[in-house]
Every structure is written in C-alpha cells, then in structure tokens.
Ligand binder design. Structure first.
Ligand code: SAM
Length: 378
C-alpha cells in the first residue's frame, strides 16, 4: 500500500493514499481529528494509567493518547493484519524505538511509556484483559453494541468507557427496525432525532451495565459530524446501577412540536420513543477542566475549541426546540434565534444555544412560552 505522512496533534502518522477514505486498506478520517482532540483532552483531564484503543486502524488515536496525555500504558488493537503492521510502523515512527514481540500477535514498546500493539478481535482481547483498563475507547465502523459487553468487563470498576457510534441513521429513526434490534429502543424522526439518538445510545449502555451491577455518570456526550460520542464513568454497586436505571424514560411529541418526557422503566402511554437516557449530558466541572487544558494544548482541528465552548455554555436539560421546525409546524415566521433566547431570558427563563443544531435552543420555559416568544418576533 502506498503511504503518505500526515500530522495530527503531536503525532506523525503514515496513512494509506486513497481517493476516498472508505477505499483505503486501513482507515483514517481527518474529519475525526476533532473527535480525537476532545478525547485527548478528556484523557488529559482523567489521567488514566492504562488505556485501550480497541479499534485502532492506523493507531492515530492511541498514539496521540501516548504522546499528548499522562497515560502510562496504551494498548492499540485491530483485527486487520494490514492495520496491525501500520500500527507497528507508526509507533516506531513516533517513539523512535523498536518493539519486542511478547506473543504471537503482540508487540511491546518499552520507552518512557509502555505501548502495546495487538492483532486480534477486540472482544477477545477485552475478555482476556478483565478489569484492566482505566480508560477504554471503542471507535468502530457503525454501532459499538457488539463490543459493549466485553468492554464493560474490561474497564476497571471506576474506569471510563468512551464510545463512538456512526450509525446515526439507525439511532435517528431512518432504520427503525435496526434500532429496535440493536438498541431495543424506539427511535424518533424529525428535529429531536439527534438528541434522542444520543440518549438512546447512553440508555443502552445503562441497561448493559446494570446487569454487572454497574451504574454510569455521563462525563460528556455529544453529537457532531454524523456521529455520537460519549464518555461514561462507571460506578460500581447495585445502588449505582439502580440510580442509573431510574434515569431512563420516554419521550412523546405531538404535531405542533410540543414534547414531553417522563422517567419510567416502562412507557405509561402509547406512541412513546425510547427507552432513553433522561439524565445529564455533561459534568460541568469535567468540561471546564477540558476547556482549560485546551488553552495550553495544541489542538489539531480548528473547530474543537468553539465546539467545546458551545457545550460548556449549554443548558443541560433534556431535548431542545428547533426554531425552524417549530415555525414550520405552527405556521409561524422564523425569528432570529438570539432574539428568541433574549425574549425568554427577559421573562426569567434560562435559554441557551445547543450544539445539536445551529437553529435550536435549550430552555426550561414551557412549550407555550416558547411559541409565544416565536409569535412575538414575527
Ligand atoms: N480509531 C480509529 C481512528 O481514530 O482513526 C478508527 C477506527 S476504524 C473506524 C474501525 C477499525 O476497527 C478498523 O480498522 C477495523 O479493521 C477494526 N475492526 C473491525 N472489527 C474489529 C474487531 N472485531 N476487532 C478489532 N478491530 C476491528
């Protein structure tokens, strides 16, 4: 395969030359630099000892963790032989040392930090390394569900599980049966689909984790560039698992765009969407620590910082109002988002922009007040 060198963060990486990213024998997507920037900041704040990049491709993510965070031991794994060979080359290129073969499919690089490159099915590696990793990253093609069970067993009991899901069509209701099969949940279509999809993903992890007597805290969860990303802190114990389950519930929406949601183990009314997570989507302190770290860290993507700032300023309540969709549904003119936010704030409500959509806001105002604000600005 023909290779070219790219730079991202502090890493230099050899990646296959290809016309389109999905044609390359080993996957590398430069757009995901923002995802990796945010992950590097998260690992920087968390300072884990052991890290697994379970689906590594070129190795870029794990290599950035090794170079840009205090992590002491980083494992990079892929099922593809071509990816594994490229990971070996890229680790050598960045660390300047040779690795030592410590198993048929495993090479260890012992420098200031320990990096282990591994060629295997991620599920097999995670089953072998039981409760070993402080931070475990799942970055698959499509859905992470096929890796969830072993990942939850491979993370330490108070560790952090990071996951990406790129099957937004499934979680956002374009393929309803696939969502039922993979996530055992009813998805919603329309303007709430991205936030609901993210919450279905988190809700699924909550249900998987509960059977191991694990609860979760959401450190940060977001939607961007057609993928979902979540950083979840595991909490050990039946009480914690019960607490997390109590944050599951359902969403309803009528034709006008008015939505309601309710925490419940089973839906109490028909036409419910979910089950989905109704708890917070961030820990403010965690996001603010990431932001201060971003101030001293050279990021690879120019949108990482403004994106994190939007998330930091966002009101963390379930769901949002997309002003364009609301106007369409209720035959109203679309007013300026900033004016609608100001009108609601003037009435004593909280209202902020949201990263879910540039035309949407989050607010604690009731639906009727939001409509009134929209009407007053015609
Ligand atoms: N994390 C990478 C990054 O940030 O650039 C991208 C990973 S890519 C989306 C997914 C990778 O998972 C591919 O390289 C693929 O070979 C690998 N993969 C697919 N199924 C796997 C499995 N069961 N076990 C391990 N790796 C697998």
């Amino acid at each position: 395969m023909e290779l070219v060198e790219v730079r991202e963060g502090l890493a230099k990486i050899l990646v296959p030359k290809a016309e389109r990213i999905y044609d390359a024998p080993v996957f590398y997507n430069p757009v995901m630099a923002l995802n990796r920037d945010i992950s590097v900041l998260a690992v920087g704040v968390l300072k884990p000892g052991t890290v697994l990049d379970a689906l590594s491709a070129t190795g870029i993510r794990g290599i950035r963790y090794a170079l840009e965070t205090p992590a002491k031991e980083v494992w990079l794994n892929d099922i593809s032989g071509e990816a594994f060979n490229l990971i070996l080359e890229n680790v050598r290129l960045n660390l300047g040392i040779d690795g030592e073969r410590i198993g048929e499919n495993r090479v260890s690089f012992e420098g200031e930090k320990r990096i282990v490159a591994n060629l295997d099915d991620a599920n097999r590696l995670m089953a072998e390394k039981f409760r070993y990793f402080d931070f475990l990253d799942l970055d698959p093609f499509g859905s992470p569900v096929e890796f969830l069970d072993t990942a939850l067993r491979s993370v330490r009991r108070r560790g952090v599980l990071a996951l990406t899901a790129t099957d937004t069509g499934v979680l956002c209701g374009a393929y309803r049966n696939a969502c039922r099969r993979k996530y055992l949940a009813e998805p919603i279509r329309g303007e709430l689909c991205h936030e609901a999809g993210l919450r279905i993903l988190i809700g699924t992890v909550v249900r998987y984790a509960a059977k191991y007597d694990l609860g979760i805290d959401v450190l940060l969860a977001y939607y961007r560039d057609h993928y979902f990303r979540a950083f979840l802190r595991l909490k050990s114990g039946t009480r914690k698992a019960d607490e997390s389950l109590s944050n599951l519930g359902y969403l309803w929406q009528d034709e006008s765009g008015k939505f309601t949601y309710e925490q419940a183990f089973l839906p109490e009314r028909p036409k419910a969407y979910g089950p989905l997570w109704l708890g917070p989507l961030k820990e403010q302190g965690f996001v603010d620590d990431m932001l201060s770290l971003a101030g001293t860290h050279s990021l690879a993507h120019k949108k990482t910082l403004p994106f994190l700032e939007t998330i930091s300023g966002e009101l963390d309540v379930p769901f949002h109002y997309d002003t364009h969709a609301l106007a369409r549904r209720n035959n109203l003119q679309v007013g300026k988002l900033a004016d609608i936010i100001e009108t609601l704030r003037g009435k004593g409500y909280s209202a902020t922009r949201t990263h879910f959509s540039p035309t949407a806001m989050k607010t604690d105002a009731p639906f009727e007040e939001v409509l009134k604000a929209l009407r007053s600005l015609r």
